[in-house]
Write a protein that binds this ligand. Sequence first.
Ligand code: NAP
Length: 288
Amino acid sequence: MSRLMNRILLIGATGNIGRQVVTQLMPTQAQVRALVRNPEAAQLPRQIELMQGDLTRPDTLDACLAGIDTVFLVWTAPAAAVEGALERIAKHAQRIVFLSAPLKTPHPFFQQPNPSRALAEEIERRIETSGLEWTLLRPGMFALDARHFWGPQIRAGDVVRWPYLAAPTAPIDEHDIAAVAVRTLSEDGHAGMEYVLTGPQSLSQYEQIATIGYVIGRPLRIEEITPDEARHVGLAGMPAPVVNKLLDAWAAAIGQPAFVTSTVQELTGRHARTFQEWVAANLSAFRA
Ligand SMILES: NC(=O)c1ccc[n+]([C@@H]2O[C@H](COP(=O)([O-])OP(=O)(O)OC[C@H]3O[C@@H](n4cnc5c(N)ncnc54)[C@H](OP(=O)(O)O)[C@@H]3O)[C@@H](O)[C@H]2O)c1
């Protein structure tokens, strides 16, 4: 059932998921506005109304939220800004769709304590007590992380050195996360729902790297390094807290398949894209 006169504010429209949501919302009847920090650099389609705003400056949010029914929220801003931003959102909007993570899924990969998990839990707590009608999207590991994890080594040569190669995940294509987001933003019936979204297959990190080699037509030499070596040399230029978070999650994941859901298929009517399909659509990330 589609929503008539649904006015949507996208927060995070210039990011990985937000850009996909914009593309897939374009053909719908929704009126879409994007809150962006820098309109000149946003590079969003002309049909989207842009308004300058910043989650860390609550006084900028009222104008962006005026006349809005539904907010799509991606949060990568500092934790200190959560309270002020959510107060403003709750004052203006009726509904919120929040891009969270599988915080409640009883699989060890999703149950390791870390700061980004604590932040998402705090945002959820505030959303659930805000009076807003809410929907939580809980995607697992993004397929696009492969670009950051392995892209630099594969572009530079045929050797990939990585920790916990046996750790499985079920990488999800950003297109599928956005497809579910668009359904929840444009239809009734998603209030109070929490959708755990994954790719269609459990694949070890070794299998994911080998898949990239297969699709780009270059056999890769895949070598295991220890977690200490990963901490010591750094991992794909990621900051230490992110590296530690990932190492803990992969360590916990070893020994059982990744958690896989069929929610993308159920909500969109289309099969969730495989990791191989994601690589084929993102070849430039792995070619020199
Ligand atoms: N990677 C994973 O495997 C994974 C898995 C599950 C869940 N998640 C969650 O997914 C989210 C990240 O999604 P993403 O990859 O689409 O993020 P992203 O590409 O980093 O984009 C972040 C967006 O937020 C905007 N933004 C940042 N600070 C802002 C501020 N102060 N005010 C207004 N806008 C601001 C950015 O705008 P600018 O253009 O101004 O920078 C950008 O549009 C995180 O919450 C993460 O926890 C990730």
